[in-house]
Write a protein that binds this ligand. Structure first.
Ligand SMILES: Cc1cc2nc3c(=O)[nH]c(=O)nc-3n(C[C@H](O)[C@H](O)[C@H](O)COP(=O)(O)O)c2cc1C
Ligand code: SF4
Length: 429
């Protein structure tokens, strides 16, 4: 079911303009918080809402905030707008089309967590988004919504918009801090966790932009309102980015719990006539494949875990019978090899070997035993052997492809042309 909360007004109004955003009720939640609520009240509403992080793992937002130590050190908030997951473009839409909502959510979160500085970290390629957001922050500052004594209150916060240099790893919560500090975006060892010692060694919360955008509705309407939307354990909405073999690719804000089938067949227009769904990668390249038998799975964190996949960032890549599992796996392996930061041996070496094996299989030079070689590589890389989850992401989709379509991998071991492409050619004759 489509339920437009974060995307309400997008496409109809120019919400990048502060006057338009305000005319539609924008910054009312901030006004309410600063005039009638204490930081603890705002925190309590977010806790009641049961808001879970939209950046992938679905961690409780209030739980994360509650782990900040009360030791008087400056605290920082980082909004994660790196969004480099293949097929994910929901954060980009919020930044480009509803930047004041993101900003208002950030100010509310900073107020709840008693923070004086917010960093909004954007993917390096978001040239337009960075311009739009920077303009929005400047406009808000001029109107007394950013900076000292916001809306005449005692609360003040500075907002910094920062662009990365285009590296997937900089979306990882500790690499983002290294990058902000001007170093190479390499993940840090944990503990300490960011809330204990994060950016510049200070307590830091990192949240996805969509997570933070949700705080506006929660403060405006109350945490109980949010908690009543969708499944009890995964409330709210999720903006799903759908791409690949569908007739209407795009972003769709659905109520959590909406079946994947409804998203693909109704909202995204279904597959092109005459073609059948083969699999969906529901969280970009980092998730296990969802097969047609699981298409009725509700889109929420727990239901997707129950079929051994995940909702993640909900970047849905839809593939049909024309897409060879080996080809898709090869594209994924190229991505991970390119994006591995190289700090851990299993990830650095393993992603390289995986790409080399899949490259030869994809290019008609597969060798007997390559399927088993890929399985061994997955065992060598996966299983939390690395400093961050990129290593595990690089094998999750591959292991599920190997188990769902073993015959396609075995056929590619023999060398020669791709059997899936050959079948498509025959069907097109
Ligand atoms: C390799 C890698 C890339 C990631 N990229 C992103 C990203 O682009 N955006 C994001 O919000 N989270 C990303 N994450 C997850 C973050 O580490 C972190 O969990 C998230 O920003 C927390 O926000 P949330 O609690 O609001 O979901 C990534 C994680 C890994 C391991
Ligand atoms: S798992 Fe890969 S990307 Fe993550 S720190 Fe290790 S080498 Fe870098």
């Amino acid at each position: 079911m489509i339920r437009r909360i974060l995307t309400d007004g997008i496409g109809e109004f120019d919400l990048t303009r502060l006057d338009v955003y305000r005319a539609r009720g924008g910054f009312q939640a901030l006004h309410k918080a600063l005039t009638t609520m204490s930081p603890q009240d705002v925190f309590n509403e977010v806790k009641t809402s049961n808001l879970r992080g939209r950046g992938g793992a679905g961690a409780g937002a209030a739980f994360k905030w509650s782990t900040l130590p009360e030791d008087g050190r400056p605290r920082y908030l980082i909004l994660n707008g790196d969004e480099s997951e293949p097929g994910s473009f929901s954060g980009r839409m919020l930044i480009e089309k509803n930047p004041h909502l993101v900003l208002e959510g950030a100010l509310l979160a900073a107020y709840a967590c008693k923070m004086a500085r917010v960093f909004i970290y954007l993917r390096g390629e978001f040239h337009e988004g960075a311009q739009i957001l920077t303009r929005a922050v400047a406009e808000a500052r001029e109107a007394g919504l950013v900076g000292p004594r916001i809306l005449g209150s005692e609360f003040g916060v500075e907002v910094v918009v920062h662009r990365g240099a285009g590296a997937y790893i900089c979306g990882e919560e500790t690499a983002i801090m290294e990058s902000l500090e001007g170093k190479r975006g390499h993940p840090r060892t944990r503990p300490p966790f960011p809330t204990a010692s994060g950016l510049y060694g200070m307590p830091t919360v990192i949240n996805n932009v969509e997570t933070i955008a949700n705080v506006v509705g929660i403060v405006a309407n109350g945490g109980a309102w949010f908690a009543a939307i969708g499944p009890e354990k995964s409330p709210g909405t999720k903006i799903c980015s759908v791409s690949g073999r569908v007739r209407r690719p795009g972003n769709y804000e659905i109520q959590m719990g909406t079946p994947l089938r409804e998203l693909i067949e109704e909202h995204a227009g279904g597959l092109e006539p005459g073609h059948q769904l083969k699999f969906v990668l529901p969280a970009g390249a980092s998730s296990a494949l969802v097969l047609p038998k699981d298409l009725d799975t509700p889109l929420d964190f727990d239901s997707m875990m129950s079929i051994r996949s995940m909702l993640g960032s909900a970047g849905m890549l839809v593939c049909d019978e024309r897409d060879c599992a080996v080809h898709v796996a090869y594209l994924g392996s190229r991505f991970y090899h390119h994006e591995s930061c190289g700090k851990c041996t299993p990830c650095r070496e393993g992603t390289g070997w995986t790409e080399r094996v899949l490259h030869r299989m994809e290019h008609g030079a597969g060798r007997p035993g390559d399927t088993e070689r890929l399985q061994a590589l997955c065992r060598g890389i996966g299983g939390r052997k690395c400093l961050c989850l990129l290593g595990d992401f690089s094998v999750t989709y591959l292991q599920s492809a190997l188990s769902a379509f073993p015959e396609e991998f075995v056929a590619h071991e023999q060398g020669g042309p791709c059997p899936v492409a050959a079948a498509v050619e025959v069907a097109n004759r």
